[in-house]
Design a protein around this ligand. Structure first.
Ligand code: ZN
Length: 138
């Protein structure tokens, strides 16, 4: 919400209070159309060009609340055909009692077998991961 207010203040400085207020009011009166659709409408209505530009940058506080959640994919084409065909690697951080630990995670894309290894220190040299913990999908 704070970010939304900062964004609105930046728009007011850029386009003026009246333009932002008018564009926001039109956006609400028309039932919260997408920025692109509203900008196109304003151009067709021969409003000043800055109104359309302002519309594209406008962040309405109500629109994200009423947007539908993104659909979760329940199935996908397999990326790998057998164990060790393809792996995915990422790094994440664990914070515990004020300490931050960097962890390397490796997942076999076929079996979803996961291996996590804490990264003690980083260097350009390759080295053994040492002791690792593994988990498999349940
Ligand atoms: Zn809206």
């Amino acid at each position: 919400m704070k970010r939304m207010r900062r964004s609105q203040n930046e728009l007011r400085r850029k386009y003026g209070v009246n333009v932002v207020r008018s564009v926001l009011q039109i956006h609400k009166m028309l039932g919260h159309p997408s920025p692109g659709a509203l900008a196109q409408y304003l151009q067709q209505a021969q409003c000043e060009a800055e109104w359309a530009t302002c519309t594209r940058e406008l962040k309405c506080s109500f629109c994200p609340e009423r947007s539908r959640p993104k659909a979760v994919r329940i199935a996908r084409v397999p990326l790998a055909n057998s164990f060790n065909d393809q792996i995915s690697i990422d790094v994440f951080y664990i914070q515990h009692r004020g300490d931050t630990q960097k962890v390397l995670t490796i997942q076999d894309d076929h079996s979803k077998y996961v291996v996590d290894a804490p990264i003690k220190h980083e260097s350009a040299k390759s080295e053994s991961l040492g002791e690792v913990s593994a988990s498999s999908p349940s």
